[in-house]
Design a protein around this ligand. Structure first.
Ligand code: FES
Ligand code: FE2
Length: 367
């Protein structure tokens, strides 16, 4: 008992992962009020390309404009609310499947069938609700609140740390749009941002090459992200084609949390990224993909084989993570009042993330 009392870091309670009221408070305080990452710029590279996502439970869509900029909209029709777009695709206009109201890709209502029945409505002056949208480090961020400080301002300390990688120019070559995990979104984040589990949970993928014992503590105390690294064993050093990286960088697999819902792990050649959409206290949509450094794509003799090899390993690693998250969720169903334990430094980022969430929702829970 004494040991327990002396231990510095304790985990949040099991109920934090199962309680619908806590889930709702997180949706309101974090997903409604902040910047959320929904994927990579390469998911929508060309004019007319769109992808759909969720801000919490709200359906949204982003559409690449003719001038190359990206607009984000509430993904519902102004007529009687039908969701307009599904999945991903390319469109020259947005046509509602219900009664065929038609919008330009900039969100303006441009067509109403049998429009004489709407004589008091100035249809051409109607627009889909536009949301704040920013692309940074090659990620797409969306927010409902247009007055928030920009993502580039919030993440500038992270950008400085990963600057030599040139992440905004990376090629997004493999995207899994929808994958439902039976676990709370926080379990997915917390799993990814610690390298304590690597040796034990990733026996079939990255455990042998990036063992737990090579995890290094990174900087702590950042408000909007976490970063640490887990090195390669010397005999598994990956190729390196980016001349801006040092020999030291070549060892590194940087693991990054983009609070509240984004994840990325970067080495000299590729990035494994995730953006999470919580669906219920015990269900999360995980969108994930792989991006590759342009220098690697240019320098590898067979880039397709390189992509296939990385994809194979990371697909296994993702399955292993999914299994652990779903186990944690099931364990939390016990509803114990005893908090778990966090490793003083291998899980310090989990602790910071939990403090970030707790602080954000504490006002809503007290009200
Ligand atoms: S709900 Fe979209 S046209 Fe009717
Ligand atoms: Fe993992």
């Amino acid at each position: 008992m004494l040991e327990r009392q002396k231990h510095r870091l304790r985990a949040t309670l099991q109920s934090d992962y199962t309680d619908p009221e806590i889930f709702t408070a997180e949706q309101t305080e974090l997903f409604d009020k902040g910047w959320i990452t929904i994927g990579r710029s390469g998911c929508v590279p060309n004019p007319g390309d769109y992808m759909t996502a969720r801000l919490g439970l709200r359906p949204i869509a982003v559409v690449r404009q003719k001038d190359g900029s990206l607009k984000a909209f509430a993904n519902f029709c102004l007529h009687r609310y039908a969701r307009l777009l599904d999945g991903t695709g390319n469109a020259s206009s947005i046509v509602c499947p219900y009664h065929s109201w038609t919008y330009s890709t900039a969100g303006q209502l441009v067509g109403v069938p049998d429009g004489q029945g709407f004589c008091n409505v100035e249809t051409k002056s109607l627009y889909l609700e536009e949301l704040a949208c920013e692309e940074y480090l090659g990620f797409i961020f969306v927010a409902r609140d247009k007055s928030l400080a920009s993502v580039s301002e919030r993440l500038s300390p992270l950008a400085a740390l990963v600057e030599p990688y040139g992440l905004d120019g990376w090629q997004d070559r493999h995207v899994v749009h929808e994958e439902e995990w039976d676990g709370n979104w926080k379990f997915v984040i917390e799993n990814f941002i610690e390298s304590y589990h690597t040796t034990y949970a990733h026996k079939g993928s990255i455990g042998p090459t990036n063992p737990t014992r090579l995890a290094e503590q990174g900087p702590t105390g950042h408000e909007f992200f976490s970063i640490h690294s887990n090195s390669y064993r010397p005999k598994d050093l990956p190729p390196m084609h980016n001349p801006r990286l040092t020999a030291e960088d070549r060892n590194k697999f940087h693991v990054i949390g983009l609070y509240p819902n984004g994840l990325a792990a970067i080495d000299a050649n590729f990035m494994w990224w995730m953006s999470l959409e919580p669906k219920a206290a015990n269900k999360t949509n995980a969108r994930w993909g792989l991006s590759f450094a342009p220098e690697t794509m240019a320098g590898e003799a067979d880039p397709k084989a390189f992509i296939a090899e990385v994809t194979k390993i990371i697909e296994i690693a993702t399955e292993e993570d999914k299994d652990m998250v779903e186990r944690a969720q099931d364990g939390a169903n016990f509803a114990s009042a005893e908090p778990g334990y966090l490793h003083d430094w291998l899980e310090v980022y989990v602790h910071e993330f939990q403090a970030y969430v707790t602080e954000a929702v504490s006002g809503a829970r007290a009200a």
